[in-house]
Design a binder for this molecule. Structure first.
Ligand code: C5P
Length: 222
């Protein structure tokens, strides 16, 4: 059976994961959150007391680092060395470390392999930074979601507050700016819009509006 792949890329806080989840539910296919894989590697680096900006240290633990993904009701659970760490991945320090280790080509190659093998076996909506440009260049449909830095920071701040993390809006904004910079300026598979991706600016739009907009482009493939 032919599988469907839908790529959703864009900067942090643009609404990718929320939209990807809704679209996957509407199409009754899987949702693959690739950021969670980078976060899982970052978690291990922090747990081992290593420095996420020290490439040699990070690379040294890769052979013994096992990232796995399973699905419960088509939603993703992430495993680090056999343990379900999904609930630990949204912490601000993990996000920051994920952005640092994501510039390392060896890390990316390891995770991209896993992402491609999942997309080969399942129909998926995949969200990330390099999905349309590098991981799945032949995706059936590609989207690039963005929004102003102010709006992205506000959304992320609200999300973090709901989860019980007490970061100031200013700090969230600074974190996002730093992560955007890392993602856009790295040499290997940087964040950029694929030429054939549909650009959607989500500033001022509700989740439903954006999900509807995305789904309107999918009528020919679903
Ligand atoms: O999407 P999320 O914020 O969970 O991703 C965490 C970090 O992982 C991002 O800041 C980004 O640096 C990195 N990432 C990446 N490529 C992807 C997904 C995430 O570099 N495909």
């Amino acid at each position: 059976m032919k599988t469907i792949t839908i790529a959703i890329d864009g900067p942090a806080g643009a609404g990718k994961s929320t939209i990807a989840k809704i679209v996957a539910q509407r199409l009754d296919i899987h949702y693959l959150d690739t950021g969670a894989m980078y976060r899982a590697v970052a978690l291990k680096v922090l747990q081992e007391g290593l420095d996420p900006s020290n490439h040699e240290q990070v690379i040294s633990i890769l052979p013994s680092t096992h990232i796995g993904v399973t699905y419960q009701h088509k939603l993703q659970r992430v495993y680090l060395d056999g343990e379900d760490v999904t609930h630990l991945l949204r912490q601000p320090e993990v996000a920051k470390a994920a952005s640092e280790i994501a510039v390392i080509p060896e890390v990316r190659i390891k995770l991209v392999e896993l992402q491609r093998s999942i997309a080969q076996n399942y129909s998926v909506v995949v969200d990330g930074r390099d999905i349309g440009t590098f991981v799945l260049p032949n995706a059936d449909k590609k989207f690039y979601l963005t929004a102003t830095l102010e709006e992205r920071a506000k959304r992320r701040w609200l999300e973090m507050r709901e989860k019980g993390y007490n970061q100031s809006l200013e700090d969230v904004k600074k974190d996002l700016e730093a992560r955007d910079r890392n993602d856009m300026n790295r040499a290997f598979a940087p964040l950029r819009k694929a030429e054939d991706a549909i650009l959607i600016d989500t500033t001022g739009k509700s989740i439903e509006q954006v999900a509807d907009e995305v789904c309107r482009y999918l009528t020919d493939i679903s």
